[in-house]
Design a protein around this ligand. Structure first.
Ligand code: AMP
Length: 198
């Protein structure tokens, strides 16, 4: 059983690392951003509801986000562990995740904080904008997303640090190098990947 959370500013490389770690630990990567984007692309009622928040770089309301995650964690593939990418992002979401896991008698094993300085993440997000054309990767929206992260999500690091759960990883460098740093840090905490050949 491996229950991980990846946290860090937009552009730190969470999504990329989440995919790789999910493979290594053989657990599903659960990204609220991906779930929302999928619903926007396929024009579902949820997609219509969240689109304007996302395009503005604002957070989707907690009630909506919490309900999506509660449903997703009930799916069979999450029964033996999971890797959360981009959730929780607010203190209310932390409380809801605590409640959901507490009801199962479980809790998070480790919170991986991926760090990267602001100039680097802005450069990465602008590059992604050019490559993928994400609606929320424009310079103005990026600035807002970083502010929202600092105000609403950065405080979560203290919450999880107080529980002794946080490992901090330098997100600067090649994708494989960053993955290796995470795998080493997790192994030091007794979490061993089922495969390290990614
Ligand atoms: P991401 O792909 O994780 O950067 O998320 C993209 C966007 O989806 C965010 O800017 C928010 O608008 C929305 N989003 C993703 N996860 C959450 C969350 N946990 N709480 C609120 N909004 C979220």
């Amino acid at each position: 059983m491996t229950r991980l959370l990846l946290i860090g500013p937009p552009g730190a490389g969470k999504g990329t690392q989440a995919e790789r770690l999910a493979l290594a630990f053989d657990v599903p990567a659960i990204s609220t951003g991906d779930i929302f984007r999928y619903n926007v692309t396929t024009n579902t009622p949820l997609g219509l509801e969240v689109k304007s928040f996302m395009n503005a770089g604002a957070y989707v309301p907690d009630t909506l986000t919490n309900a999506i995650v509660a449903d997703r964690l009930k799916e069979a593939d999450a029964a033996t562990g999971f890797l959360l990418d981009g959730y929780p992002r607010t203190t209310d979401q932390v409380a809801e995740l605590d409640r959901l896991l507490g009801a199962e008698g479980t809790q998070l094993d480790v919170v991986v904080l991926i760090t990267a300085d602001t100039d680097e993440v802005v450069a990465r997000l602008l590059k992604r904008a050019a490559e993928q054309g994400r609606a929320d990767d424009t310079a103005e929206v990026i600035r807002h997303r970083l502010d929202v992260y600092t105000e609403q999500t950065a405080p979560l690091i203290d919450v999880y640090s107080a529980r002794g759960l946080v490992v901090t990883i330098d997100g600067l460098g090649a994708v494989e190098v960053v993955t290796d740093r995470i795998l080493v840090a997790l192994a030091e905490r007794g979490l061993r990947a089922s495969t390290t050949t990614l």
